[in-house]
Design a binder for this molecule. Structure first.
Ligand code: 5IU
Length: 256
């Protein structure tokens, strides 16, 4: 059901206001592309955000890899996001007891719109984020359900845990990072990394499929692309290309 519904219809069915906002951005910009800004400094991060801004619905970061990340950088990034109308997605992969995640969230989650969580620790960490976020309508969580890399855990029991957590926290959880369809619920999103138009993997176990395969066959709503864009000599053009391929694949998917 999720796969054949248009983003417009799914936005209407959305439980989380941020799913509605994100799908609004996706349809108005005709972009279901998330660029993963895996760069080495905040200057590079801000430059990349400006370059790819017009072509993305989400910018994904790992602020713990940026030695110079600060509140001021977060503020500048926020203004670029406002200017180009995209959301900020910190790939925090929180996994700990609630009390610890509450501290981690303050330090490297609170600045972003959306964070990732690995829900193997029970409900404590989701409760902690829901409490810390204060206004839950403005903060979202994406559950890491299935990874793109070689040898990643693919357990039915774990995927069921992810679905159940999404059900218990409908006002916090926006969807999943996965390589296949975890849920048929139209109000939950599937974000999929491991996408490249040219490479099939890297030397450290990453595995890639094409945008067409990710969206058309594996059920991604939003594709996440890192090096396919960041290592290009023209990141804006590379992002425009992924944007076009992923959005066409979505249009094809809802047509059939
Ligand atoms: N990422 C994955 N696979 C996953 C998850 C996250 O690649 O299953 I969860 C992250 C890692 C990196 C980005 O930040 O997505 C992909 O970058 P490349 O397109 O450069 O491989």
């Amino acid at each position: 059901e999720r796969l054949i519904k248009t983003f417009e219809l799914r936005a209407d069915a959305a439980v989380h206001p941020l799913v509605r906002s994100l799908l609004g951005i996706v349809t108005s910009k005709r972009s279901n592309l998330c660029v993963s800004a895996d760069v080495s400094s905040c200057t590079e991060l801000l430059t990349l955000a400006q370059q790819v801004g017009p072509h993305i619905c989400l910018l994904k970061t790992h602020v713990d890899t940026l030695p110079d990340f600060s509140d001021s950088v977060a503020q500048q990034l926020r203004s670029v996001a406002q200017q180009h109308n995209f959301l900020l997605f910190e790939d925090s992969k929180f996994v700990d007891i609630g009390a610890t995640v509450a501290r981690q969230w303050e330090r490297r989650g609170a600045w972003a719109d959306i964070v990732t969580v690995v829900p193997i620790a029970g409900d404590g960490l989701l409760t902690a984020i829901a409490q810390a976020a204060l206004d839950n309508s403005k903060k979202g969580v994406i559950l890491v359900a299935e990874m793109s890399s070689d040898g990643a855990l693919r357990s039915a029991e774990y995927q069921e845990m992810c679905r159940a957590a999404a059900k218990r926290f409908p006002h916090l959880v926006m969807g999943f990072v996965s390589q296949s369809s975890i849920s048929q619920s139209p109000w939950l999103l599937q974000l999929s990394p491991g996408v490249s138009v040219s490479a099939s993997g890297d030397a450290l176990g990453q595995r890639y499929v094409s945008p067409e395969c990710s969206v058309g066959e594996r059920g991604a709503d939003v594709i996440i692309v890192g090096r396919g864009v960041t290592t290009s000599s023209d990141p804006a053009a590379a992002a425009a290309n992924y944007q076009q391929l992923a959005y066409s694949a979505y249009l094809e998917r809802v047509k059939r």
